[in-house]
Write a new protein. Structure first.
Length: 269
């Protein structure tokens, strides 16, 4: 059955041509990481170039070096996606106080909540514009404002989105005192964002130390392999060397996971 929003727009408001061809799970991961078609194209170029690099390394240095290069080629996109995970949610949270202020101004000018949502959807920051357009489209197709807002909160996980959606849903059913209530919601979102930024600032040194302790051994190992044939021969050409290399990788990754867990407990979601 054709999605009503597709019939209305021709495509979904949040549709991306390349991402639309990915499996649903990958598409959700890409959306959470705020990835677009240009990122998919870049990943394709990286993988094609990586295959050529792996083949060249295999010819020059042998199968073990090619295997290590394969791990690196696959790991880089995964690390990039992991680093960007939640970026769209973060930009959305940053935009919400401004969006709520815009809705409040529209309400105080005499517009109804539905009219205010339609006006704001046309000029809101891009990261939230698609969501607001979908909400207004669903209302235009016959859903109540409360149901459309509830669906938004279910699609976009996050406490800030749930708070804004609940406040707007309540306002749609009783608009008395809406402006003051929504202004209080916007201020509470700003206070929460300021607290989050303060915590991240204090945790920045710990995060930098975590990456330094994990990446520097790998960097020095790479330099040693490039500059010393004996080291490469031992690590890649002997059973004892391969065992030492595997143990080093496991210990390095274990240390990274441990430090990441410790630092993550101090960082806000």
């Amino acid at each position: 059955m054709t999605d009503p929003l597709v019939r209305l727009h021709g495509t979904r408001p949040d549709q991306s041509v390349a991402l639309d061809h990915l499996p649903v799970r990958w598409r959700n991961i890409a959306a959470a990481a705020d990835l677009g078609d240009e990122h998919v194209a870049g990943a394709a170029v990286w993988l094609v170039g990586g295959l050529a690099l792996i083949a060249a390394i295999g010819i020059v240095f042998g199968p073990w070096a090619a295997g290590a290069a394969s791990v690196a080629v696959v790991a880089v996109p995964l690390v990039v996606v992991a680093r960007r995970r939640g970026r769209r949610s973060g930009r959305l949270v940053e935009a919400l106080p401004l969006v709520v202020d815009m809705i409040v101004r529209s309400l105080r000018s005499g517009a109804s909540l539905v009219q205010a949502l339609s006006e704001v959807a046309a000029s809101a920051p891009q990261v939230v514009r698609r969501d607001l357009q979908r909400i207004t489209d669903e209302i235009r197709l016959g859903r109540t404002a409360a149901d459309a807002l509830r669906s938004w909160a279910e699609r976009v996980d996050g406490p800030e989105v749930r708070v804004v959606a609940a406040a707007l849903a309540t306002a749609s059913e009783n608009e008395a005192g809406t402006g003051h209530a929504l202004a209080s919601v916007a201020q509470s979102l700003r206070d929460r964002a300021a607290l989050r930024a303060d915590i991240r600032t204090h945790a920045a040194q710990a995060v930098a130390s975590m990456y330094a302790l994990v990446l520097l051994p790998a960097a020095f190992l790479g330099l040693e392999l490039i500059g010393s044939g004996d080291t490469a021969q031992f690590l890649l050409g002997t059973a004892a060397g391969r065992l030492c290399l595997a143990a080093a990788v496991v210990l390095d990754l274990s240390g990274w996971a441990w430090m990441r867990t410790i630092v993550g407990r101090r960082l806000p979601a």
